[in-house]
Write a protein that binds this ligand. Structure first.
Ligand code: IVH
Length: 673
């Protein structure tokens, strides 16, 4: 390509990637597959590698790669970053309203904005001419810590605004306030990964988010699933907004993620909405510790002034605590896929904000010892959103004296073999590879959606297969026969055939999925993709050294060691041999093939409806996309084919009406050649 063309292309790529970041991280509505996204990023990186002089700080490639800092420098906020006064009940909110009504008669007629109060870490973001320049923590309200490199790694934070180019005014200087936090689901996933790797899990999302943002090494921050929502403009050289609603809309319009909010015409509405939000707090995807009620009129808000560090114009209406006490009946122990033993609390059932809680997390054995949690104790239990409730600690004062300190099991509670402890790690392991609990969990992981994605092979069937002695390791799945399956309860011809066919289909899954599926400690989907891209085959991987692995971005010493150990283990080598002889694809054909796969579906649009006999939605989608086709979620006159499975929805009559060609899975395969 010519220079000028390349420069155009680079801009085009950046805009496209920015747009897809926005779709994915801000709107949560991606419109392309991860593979397509990776290809765009790959192309951009290649051009920037050749022309480093063209790299700009707002390029999507510039989120990671900054060097670790020795300490954070201080950053002065352009205006005081105020705090908020609290109210703990409705009377407290009314008292606040009365106070400010006496100060200014306009308050009587005031309207309000109500939004959840996020339990995260306040940040202040500086944009210069639309480009994200620096950002800081709240600190003492006047000076914060400069955590710019860490903030850049947060994908929902746009490195440049506005999202869609022209038409909206961007002040030269725009300083925005928001909250960095973790979605509960991401927090749970993070803990699950750590626990499977035998590492210490985190206690709650807030502290984890705060700790992650204040890491000196941005690479560490990048590895944590932080996200951002904004709710305020702290300073700007243009005064474009009269109301809070208008300001929030502006933030949203230029492409920032904005906290959900409700408009209220008067205080009664604001109180009602607050109660509603409190009732729904556990349905929120993040932790909130209250709602914020704010005067909508910005002039009035500013005229009301400040008391101490709290603006008079807003108040935090705190939710009641969700901690209760109950009796710890016993401590149970689960055995995970990697043999990690995880203790959990068996509780005297207790209601916490509308839900009966019977079990709670105890994190790990060290935690029990540190807090000296004893069976029989009255314990304090906390429930936060969807996060599984956890035991905060014992109420020591009410002990009867009969409670004995807890001793972790010396034997695996499932197979009875001696458990082991790895020096320096918190976890205890059952190292018996034949432990039924581990086999079941291993297979469950192997067939799961992010791994080999074998449709129809749920935990119940896995338990049946292991229980009947038909399967001792994941490779045995590939040699199952129909006759064997028919021996199992609930299996008839059709079900057996479908399962076998789904298993057979999984043989051609990508190398990265196979690597994820093998369940090497610490190697999740991201790590597996890195390994697959780098080494291209199981054979190559089985010969790598720790040094080879450490060259790869995102692979640290623990994971490198785990990979080498895994491939050295004779039992694992045997499983790999079995997988290979069963015809499971052990190489990375996909990456190179993408360019050689004939794009026979180019220009064709597909809609899928119903359940396909052998392919999951995701597989069908990938298959079509790899051959150049597009997937759409609804039928229109532009749809080329409707792929029809069992129990189709309303898409079928619509396609019939529009005269769209209707095909089944077999016919789809024929189209691909
Ligand atoms: S408004 C001038 N809205 O909670 C008032 N604050 O306990 C600006 N917070 O320091 C604050 N979610 O950083 C506002 N939706 C939200 C919030 C929120 C969390 C933080 C805020 C403040 C703290 C007060």
């Amino acid at each position: 390509m010519e220079f000028a063309d390349l420069q155009n292309r680079i801009e085009e790529l950046r805009n496209e990637i920015r747009y897809h970041n926005y779709r994915y991280y801000v709107l949560d509505e991606p419109v392309i597959s991860d593979g397509e996204y990776d290809r765009l990023m790959g192309e951009l990186r290649r051009i920037e590698d050749k022309h480093p002089e063209w790299i700009t700080p707002d390029s999507p490639t510039q989120r990671t790669g900054a060097a670790p800092a020795e300490r954070f420098s201080k950053l002065r906020h352009p205006a005081a970053i105020l705090s908020l006064g609290n109210a703990f009940d409705e009377a407290g909110v009314r008292a606040w309203f009365d106070r400010i009504r006496k100060l200014d008669e306009r308050v009587e007629q005031a309207d309000f904005v109500v939004e959840p109060k996020l339990d995260g870490l306040t940040v202040v973001l500086h944009y210069q001419n639309g480009v994200f320049m620096q950002g800081a923590t709240r600190g003492d309200g006047e000076y914060g810590e400069d955590v710019t490199s860490n903030l850049r790694t947060i994908r929902s934070l746009p490195l440049r605004v506005p999202m869609n180019g022209k038409g909206i005014e961007i002040p030269n200087s725009l300083v925005i306030r928001g909250e960095v936090f973790m979605y509960l689901k991401d927090f749970d996933d993070l803990n699950r990964r750590l626990s499977e790797a035998g590492e210490k899990t985190y206690l709650n999302p807030r502290n984890t988010a705060a700790g992650s943002l204040r890491q000196l090494d941005p690479e560490l921050t990048a590895s944590r699933p932080l996200t951002l929502l904004t709710y305020d403009i702290v300073a700007s050289d243009r005064d474009l907004w009269r109301t809070d609603v208008a300001r929030l809309k502006y933030l949203k319009d230029i492409g920032l993620p904005v906290v959900n909010h409700k408009y209220c015409e008067d205080i009664e509405c604001a109180i009602e909405v607050s109660h509603e939000m409190a009732a729904e707090r556990h349905d929120l995807p993040f932790e909130a510790d209250g709602v914020v009620i704010k005067i909508n009129d910005l002039d009035l808000a500013s005229d009301l002034g400040v008391v101490g560090k709290d603006p008079r114009s807003a108040i935090a209406f705190k939710f009641p605590a969700v901690e209760v006490t109950t009796i710890l009946r016993d401590i149970g122990v689960n055995v995970g896929r990697t043999g990690v033993l995880t203790p959990y609390a068996i509780l005297e059932p207790v209601e916490i904000s509308g839900v009966i809680v019977r079990q709670a997390t105890l994190h790990n054995f060290d935690y029990i010892a540190e807090k000296d949690i004893r069976p029989g104790d009255r314990v304090l239990v906390k429930r936060a959103g969807d996060v599984i409730p956890y035991v905060i600690g014992p109420v020591v004062d009410v002990r009867s004296g009969d409670e004995k300190p807890y001793v972790p099991p010396q034997m695996c509670p499932v197979c009875g073999q001696q458990v082991e402890h790895i020096e320096g790690e918190v976890a205890w392991f059952c190292v018996n590879a034949a432990c039924p609990a581990q086999i079941v969990r291993n297979i469950e992981h192997f067939v799961s959606r992010g791994a080999m994605d074998i449709v129809g092979l749920g935990i119940k069937i896995v338990e049946q297969l292991v229980g009947a002695g038909l399967v001792e390791d994941v490779a045995d799945l590939y040699t199952l026969s129909k006759e064997e399956l028919l021996q199992l309860e609930g299996f008839a011809d059709k079900k057996a055939e479908n399962l076998l066919s789904a298993i057979a289909t999984s043989k051609t899954q990508s190398l990265s999925r196979l690597l994820t599926a093998l369940g090497i400690r610490g190697v999740g989907e991201v790590g597996a993709t890195e390994l697959a891209n780098q080494f291209k085959s199981i054979t190559n991987l089985s010969q790598v050294t720790i040094d080879d692995l450490l060259e790869i971005e995102g692979i640290g010493p623990n994971i490198a060691q785990a990979v080498v150990d895994w491939f050295e283990n004779p039992a694992n080598r045997k499983v790999l041999d079995k997988l290979s002889s069963a015809g499971v694809q052990m190489e990375d054909l996909q990456a190179e093939n993408l360019f050689t796969i004939p794009q026979v579906l180019d220009g064709k649009t597909f809609v899928i409806t119903g359940t396909l006999p052998n392919l999951s939605r995701q597989q069908a989608k990938e298959m079509i996309e790899h051959h150049g086709g597009r997937i759409s979620s609804s039928v229109s006159k532009n749809t080329s084919y409707l792929v029809l499975g069992e129990s189709p929805g309303s898409k079928l009559p619509k396609a019939q009406k529009l005269g769209v060609a209707i095909i089944n899975e077999d016919e789809l395969r024929k189209l691909l050649g």
